[in-house]
Design a protein around this ligand. Structure first.
Ligand SMILES: C[S@@+](CC[C@H](N)C(=O)[O-])C[C@H]1O[C@@H](n2cnc3c(N)ncnc32)[C@H](O)[C@@H]1O
Length: 246
């Protein structure tokens, strides 16, 4: 399988979870407070529970949002994450790299990679590892944003429209190289309402800006405003044949 990103097409989003933990907190708070639909974790946990998996690996599982929901459904989940905030996830948790997993072949019934593959220069490496540690026929699920996510903010988001190493425009194609895609859920809806400038500031902070920059740019926006969320959730199954290094 070829490595998207390795060929220099998309750009990996630099992870800032250790250097600027307040940025991710702002992102989570903005979604919780201003999104009509919230995040995808409950939906993913629900669907994984219906599959009845014995063990789930959550790649880039962060602070354990998915793992907590799966735990409530008695599903054993291991979180692997490269940032120190993994210590907030429920155990078992591993501080490690999604591209080099410390697990034996076929150890898991399902692997999730929610909002994380765009941080990798070579998402193909992590996908190969996910494939290796999944049992044959096991479930893989990943989600990501479109490069044209939040179009109403195009004028204030510096990298708006830029291709990443794993965006909604290419997610199905990339995952198809390693897995058999079974379901694709896409969205393009005004899910977020920012009632005032303070809300816009929090939202921009969550989208990667310093507090100061978020404050400055929020002043350029007309609030209240709706923000259109664009992205994709992809469900897949592990193929039986091994993946070549490509
Ligand atoms: C946007 S957060 C998503 C966290 C979690 N999946 C969620 O949905 O709440 C992306 C996560 O990917 C992690 N990450 C980035 N690069 C990684 C890598 N090479 N290996 C493992 N985790 C990584 C970050 O540390 C961060 O916790």
């Amino acid at each position: 399988m070829s490595d998207v990103g390795a060929s220099g097409y998309g750009r990996a989003l630099p992870p800032d979870y250790d250097t600027d933990p307040g940025r991710f907190d702002a992102n989570v708070r903005a979604t919780d407070e201003f999104s009509r639909v919230g995040d995808l974790h409950p939906l993913v946990a629900e669907q994984l529970a219906t599959l009845g998996p014995g063990g789930v690996l959550d790649l880039g599982g962060g602070t354990g949002r998915l793992a907590r929901l799966l735990g409530e459904r008695q599903i054993w989940t291991v979180v692997v994450d490269a940032a120190r905030h993994v210590s907030q996830a429920p155990p078992p948790r591993v501080l490690g790299d999604a591209g080099r997993l410390p697990f034996a072949d076929g150890s898991f019934d399902a692997v999730a990679a929610l909002w994380m593959l765009y941080h990798l220069e070579r998402p193909g490496r992590a996908l190969r590892e996910a494939h290796r540690v999944l049992r044959p026929g096991g479930t893989f699920v990943a989600c990501t944003s479109s490069r044209t996510n939040d179009p109403e903010l195009a004028g204030v988001l510096p990298d708006w429209g830029r291709r990443t190493t794993f965006d909604a425009e290419e997610a199905v194609e990339v995952i198809s190289q390693a897995f058999h895609v079974t379901q694709v859920i896409s969205w393009d809806q005004p899910f977020v309402t920012l009632p005032d400038r303070e809300a816009a500031e929090l939202f921009l902070r969550g989208r990667g800006m310093s507090e100061r920059e978020a404050h400055r740019r929020a002043a350029r926006l007309d609030t209240p405003m709706s923000v259109t969320k664009r992205g994709v959730l992809v469900w897949a199954r592990r193929r039986s044949r091994p993946i070549g290094k490509g």
